[in-house]
Design a protein around this ligand. Structure first.
Ligand code: ADP
Length: 333
């Protein structure tokens, strides 16, 4: 992503600048110290040589010139080594910093992208019913012979769209709220009670399709937010009903398995294709139901809300499903 590429480079440059400032600072200090040490060492040698030179041996005449040459050579050698050392540090720190900058920014980039996608999807979903309503109203207003019956039909259709918008804004609000939920609000509660209440809520929906809700609930306690957990169960139950044929059966179980409170909701509905399975918990994701005769309403937000609620309670939702056979959603808390 372009925006992040320049951030990677900026951060890399920043890291390299800091590392190089330290490395060059140290190098200068090392060079100074070693230059002084070399000067001292050779100074001692030269004093010895000076004493020897008093013997008038011609071999020792040139010692002063040699000594300076030696100091110069040693300093040059140290300078060259430090130069290459810093070059190596520059190379390594550039590669290392870029890698470090990428791994630091990766999660931020991912969450930024998902937020962007979410905003785009949300505004698309909000615009669609609005555009439909606007067009209908404009057409009706242009019709000079509009009758009361037609006007009522229009209002009814608008009301439907408004209902959808209301549902959508509620779901969006719920997603935002669960994002910011605080665990301080958690209370001791009976999971059996919460689940039984959720089953009661969706019972009329099941009745309409003559679906049997068979439940087997153990008396289990947990800490959590009652309302959110209720919503989580309702989402899973409503889906099981929505995606099941009439007169089928849905099994609901609450059990303790290996220290976990486990809720299972098993339907015998249309199931989920293997290619859809990894995506169904994503916001706005809906499997393709176009082959179904009757289109099923929804925005693809339910499961992402359910997942968020489960995670907020330190839990997880998993699903096993076979297309055409049915699905089983398992919540482990
Ligand atoms: P919605 O139901 O509003 O489309 P969800 O987030 O609740 O959104 O579900 C996402 C998708 O997962 C659905 O569109 C559907 O394709 C699939 N799905 C969820 N639950 C079931 C189920 N019990 N049986 C079959 N498909 C399901």
């Amino acid at each position: 992503m372009m925006r992040f590429n320049s951030t990677y480079l900026k951060l890399t440059g920043f890291y390299v600048l800091i590392i190089m400032a330290i490395s060059i600072g140290f190098s200068v200090a090392i060079y100074r110290i070693s230059a002084i040490e070399i000067g001292r060492g050779l100074g001692r040698q030269s004093r010895m040589l000076q004493e020897l030179s008093q013997t008038n041996n011609p071999f020792f005449q040139d010692f002063e010139r040699i000594r300076e040459q030696q100091i110069e050579d040693s300093n040059n050698e140290i300078r060259t080594k430090l130069y290459y050392f810093n070059l190596l540090i520059l190379l390594l720190s550039t590669v290392g910093s870029y890698y470090f900058a990428r791994s630091t920014l990766k999660p931020i980039e991912e969450s930024y992208e998902s937020q962007q996608r979410f905003t785009a999807d949300a505004s698309h979903e909000l615009r669609t019913p609005l555009t439909a309503m606007k067009t209908e109203i404009e057409v009706a207003l242009r019709d000079e012979k509009l009758e009361i019956g037609e006007a009522k039909e229009l209002l009814n259709s608008n009301l439907e769209e408004i209902d959808k918008l209301e549902q959508l804004s509620k779901a969006l609000l719920k997603l935002a709220k669960t994002d910011a939920a605080i665990k301080d609000d958690f209370r001791d509660l009976s999971l059996k009670e919460v689940l039984a209440e959720s089953i009661e809520k969706v019972a009329p929906l099941a009745e309409k399709k003559a679906i049997v809700l068979a439940s087997d609930l153990a008396e289990l306690q947990a800490k959590g937010d009652k309302q959110s957990l209720g919503e989580l169960f309702v989402i899973l139950l409503e889906n099981a009903i929505k995606y099941s044929p009439a007169k089928s059966k849905i099994n609901i179980a609450l059990q303790k398995i290996e220290n976990h409170n486990v809720i299972r909701i098993k339907d015998r509905g249309i199931g989920i294709k293997a290619s859809d399975l990894p995506h169904i918990f994503e916001r706005f994701y809906r499997a393709d139901h176009s082959r179904n005769k009757e289109k099923v309403d929804g925005y693809g937000l339910g499961l992402s809300i359910a997942k968020q609620i489960a995670e907020m309670h330190g839990g997880k939702i998993s699903v096993t499903s076979t297309a055409g056979r049915g699905s089983e959603f398992v919540v482990k808390l």
